[in-house]
Design a protein around this ligand. Sequence first.
Ligand SMILES: [Zn+2]
Length: 259
Amino acid sequence: MAEGELGVVLKTTPLRESDLLVVLYTATHGRVAAVARGARKSQRRFAGALQLLVLGRYDVRRSRGELWSLESADVEREWTAIASDVFAVAHASYIAELVAGILPAESPEPEALDVIVGLWDSLAEAGASPAALRHVELALLELAGHMPALGSCAACGERDLESGAVFDPSRGGAICRRCAATSRGPGVRPLEPGTRAYLVEVARAGSASEARGVDERHAAGDRTAARDAMLAMVTSLVGKPLKSLEYIAKLGAAARKAP
Ligand SMILES: [Zn+2]
């Protein structure tokens, strides 16, 4: 056993009567879409590895055009105990959707799996954390070549971002006061020094677990503004609203209503 490539499942969709279309992120091929024949009738060949929160071995072979075929799978390590925590699952689902949306097909980034597993480790240790999620989000944006500028203006390189700076998702992040005059697109918002400092600290952390502590050192307003800026960036890159984000927003609203 334990043949095949190390990878994770990003999404599964029913296909025809008995098959599943499985979107995987694998170490050697990057993101691939593979047909798991008969997986809706029997998962025996796939050994519980066709779900989120599993690092598996996937025997994938190129089939026709862009489509691959998934012959068998095995669990290498799993974090499925997290599944009882709705916030943790929501964060894991969002990151799976983000990987599917911003990392190009068949263009492997070997670090991507470490980043994903780093989030699961952090969720298993102590549950959902905004800073851990932002860390993973930024790490994936960097791998995709879309790391937002945080230390200097994305347009002119100016390092003074203390007053009048904005965050402009379509221009690539922080924009200085002078360049902000021409930032008029959707998603442009003021970038307060505290919000920028929060994102810089989160990006610098060595892992999702390490980033967790950043939340305590910053005001709630900066955490919220950082989240909104990052989500504007992600939505602009993916080109459509992410389903998992709508779900997280609903969870958040329900939690605020709860006594
Ligand atoms: Zn500038």
